[in-house]
Design a protein around this ligand. Sequence first.
Ligand SMILES: CC(C)(COP(=O)(O)OP(=O)(O)OC[C@H]1O[C@@H](n2cnc3c(N)ncnc32)[C@H](O)[C@@H]1OP(=O)(O)O)[C@@H](O)C(=O)NCCC(=O)NCCS
Length: 167
Amino acid sequence: MTPRLAVPADFPVVLALNEGSVHFLSPLTPERLARLHEEAALHLVIELAGEVVAFLLAFREGANYDSVNYQWFSRRYASFLYIDRVVVSPNARGSGAGALLYRRAFAHAAKSDVPWITCEFDVDPPNPASEAFHQKFGFRELGRQLVADGKKLVSLQGAAVSSAMCK
Ligand SMILES: CC(C)(COP(=O)(O)OP(=O)(O)OC[C@H]1O[C@@H](n2cnc3c(N)ncnc32)[C@H](O)[C@@H]1OP(=O)(O)O)[C@@H](O)C(=O)NCCC(=O)NCCS
């Protein structure tokens, strides 16, 4: 399992993975994914036995991205890598794919002299797997906000980019 850069041929599987976890994410259409792919600083996938089983999409500051969570960080931080979404297929979870993607993101940030990795996860309704996953990578809460017309409370998180995370 080695992360590689996503290419347009991966988009149908990326869309299906996103849809499978859409209750924790925002929905994507083929057009929106193609636009976000162009705007992204990092769009990675992982294959297992020839099938894409995981993806990660991340943006640097200054991207043209209308996400209210991305905009929360944009208003407060000059330099960051925002992980917009990470999804591992249900039958590939717990085998380190998410961690591999995050290690690549931390390495990318370190190489680009970006001091912070940011992201958010749902706290109401909760996403305990995501919370545990992010704790493992040293994330801490920077703020909270209501999104999705007040239906979701998210925790806005940040982790300092240190060489220990990039191994
Ligand atoms: C969150 C997610 C990406 C984790 O991916 P994963 O490949 O299963 O995670 P890994 O196997 O790399 O786990 C790394 C660490 O995260 C923690 N972790 C991951 N899943 C966990 C779970 N269900 N419960 C508790 N801890 C968990 C563990 O500390 C684990 O380390 P360990 O295996 O040494 O104990 C995956 O559960 C997922 O795709 N969820 C649905 C989409 C989603 O919620 N994305 C995040 C939106 S913010």
